[in-house]
Design a protein around this ligand. Sequence first.
Ligand SMILES: [Zn+2]
Length: 186
Amino acid sequence: MFSSKILCFFALTLSSSLTIVLTTSCNGSRNVERIKSSNSKINLIKYSDSIQQTAKRRCTDDPWLSDEIMKVGYQLGVKTFIGEPELPNKDATYKALHGQLGILTLGTRPMNQLVRCKLITHEYIHVLQHINENLKGMEPLGWPVSSESLNYFGSPQEAEAYTYQDHAELVLKLLLKVRSEKIHEK
Ligand SMILES: [Zn+2]
């Protein structure tokens, strides 16, 4: 029941010009099985409004925020590897697993800290999307995105991650909230 069933696969590519191009390989992302376990589900959307008031620092303000994100993610149980992302020519992938936190793979291509911060923040937005569905699916957190980005990126999950990938402190504080609620992968 809790086997490593892949729900959805998101990947991010950063070109050398730092233009961010996103691709998604996600079979039936809109049809992901949504099993509600309200007794243990943490509602991140409930917290994100208030946290947004105080978590205003972005990667462009402090690109080292992503190190804090990585640290908290590790503590929560996100498995992180440095190596070849599972989709070719991608700089990072987050593979969401059914019923447990997924696997983050960061590529080895050199990049500056700002780009790295956005890459990690982006992938951790997918982690939050996964957590918010009680690890049984992956749906957008519900942050506003433009219709243009929805059309361009092809999935609401990617549009959200792309739109907010500079919002490192917001993502960090939501992860800290998850940690404080002692939500684990089991
Ligand atoms: Zn993505």
